[in-house]
Design a protein around this ligand. Structure first.
Ligand code: GTR
Length: 415
């Protein structure tokens, strides 16, 4: 019965959160017609450029994975920023009243020495842990995963409408805590603002002083920088006895879902990867050109990807990779891709096909994937090591999605 209530409230909630990304592009310039998807041939994740086929998990790990990772760095997201020496943490603890005594909150500032010798803030995040945990707990980590304020952090800053956990009374966050997970939410505001003019203002200016403009050929864009920030949060989690840092899932919605996939690819310490409605540059196959296209994303968000990615505008067939290989970079760790049926802009079918076409890599490890080659019916979760669902409703991370993610995490992180 509670389950049913959850489902109903989830559906209502996701309707309430509907945002208009697909409406913004319903002007005929973009394709939403399956019969108009061009013919395309996906690159084979198991084919090396010299013609050899990857035949074992060892060969995947030693040869193919590094090669694919490098292609995504140089052609799509940009090179990984370096990690500064001498990082320190400053932690402020509190017990937020909104969590009804269930959660302990830590505001963590990650500091690095600057040229002047002073420590400067690289980034900050919020960690909420279940208050009465008996030992180290697993966690979900993401960019803007919970309302960054929970009241008092950056007061007055407007939030994206589609941020995951901001139910009245923090009901969903309480549920996550009750189920034994911590939540980590990275705030990109000062660290790497989501703004084409200002994305360099935080950590990129600190690491690469004086550079200007859009990311150069292989320079990290905002997605790579946010992903790097999630790794810095994970560094901290490794030092916090409340957390089992070997059981941290990285998760995100939309642009933050693209970030979760890339964070999981770059940092294999993340134990599980979840992308919610991540679309173009996330789980959706670029070659399908359904909904948002490479050209459009690079034009509207020139700061998200590296400079080289722009050479694939209207030229997707020449990409040396496609996004199924990004999903495959999670292997052998469990990965979950989710879509929403009214989110044509993010190409639900393309997201499903990326998950499906990542399976050959999981097979190398003897792990089962989706268990189906057809998109499942609405609101049904499928898959073992590759999970998928397509939900009714629009582009959002809803509590309904979360319930599937909690079950998936229980299955893999609590065994
Ligand atoms: C849209 C963008 C999508 C998606 C979305 C979001 O405007 O075209 O790729 O990332 O924003 O992050 O909400």
């Amino acid at each position: 019965m509670t389950q049913v209530l959850w489902l109903v409230s989830g559906l209502l909630f996701c309707c309430a959160l509907a945002i208009g990304t697909d409406a913004e592009a319903a002007d005929g310039e973009f394709n939403y017609d399956e019969s108009k998807v061009p013919e395309y041939k996906l690159p084979d994740p198991l084919k090396m450029p010299d013609g050899r086929t990857v035949t074992s998990s060892d060969m995947w790990k030693a040869e193919r994975r590094p090669e694919l990772l490098e292609l995504f760095r140089s052609q799509v997201y940009g090179q990984r920023p370096r990690k500064p020496e001498g990082i320190r943490y400053e932690v402020r603890e509190s017990t937020p009243a909104e969590l009804n005594g269930k959660g302990l909150r830590k505001d963590v500032r990650v500091l690095a020495p600057s040229k002047s010798g002073r420590r400067m803030e690289l980034l900050k995040f919020v960690l909420i842990t279940p208050k009465d945990a008996k030992g180290p707990v697993p966690a979900f980590a993401g960019v803007l995963l919970i309302e960054p304020t929970l009241k008092d952090l950056n007061p007055g800053r407007p939030l994206p409408d589609d941020v995951g956990v901001k139910l009245p009374g923090m009901k969903l966050l309480e549920t996550i805590l009750d189920r034994g997970y911590a939540v980590v939410s990275l705030d990109p505001a000062n660290f790497c603002p989501d703004d084409k003019e200002k994305h360099r203002d935080g950590v990129l200016e600190f690491l690469y002083p004086g550079r200007k403009g859009d990311p150069a050929a292989e320079e990290p864009g905002a997605i790579a920088t946010w992903a790097w920030g999630l790794s810095r949060a994970l560094d901290y989690l490794e030092t916090d006895p409340a957390i089992d840092a070997r059981r941290v899932a990285v998760i995100g919605h939309s642009r933050r879902g693209k970030t979760a996939l890339w964070a999981g690819a770059e940092d294999e310490r993340f134990a599980l990867v979840i992308s919610n409605d991540s679309g173009c540059g996330g789980a959706a196959l670029s070659r399908r050109k359904f909904g948002e296209t490479v050209a459009r994303i690079n034009t509207v968000f020139p700061h998200w990807f590296c400079g080289n990615f722009k050479s694939y505008n209207n030229n997707e067939d020449s990409l040396p990779i496609d996004q199924h290989e990004l999903v495959a970079l999670s292997a052998p760790r469990p990965v979950y891709v989710a879509s929403a049926v009214d989110d044509g802009w993010a190409d639900p079918k393309g997201e499903f096909l990326a998950a499906l076409n990542a399976e050959p890599v999981y097979k190398l490890f003897g792990l089962a994937g989706l268990g189906t080659s057809e998109q499942p019916p609405l609101n049904k979760s499928v898959g073992d090591y590759v999970g998928y669902h397509i939900r009714t409703g629009k582009h959002a991370l809803t509590d309904y999605d979360w319930l599937f993610y909690l079950d998936f995490a229980d299955k893999h992180l609590k065994r």
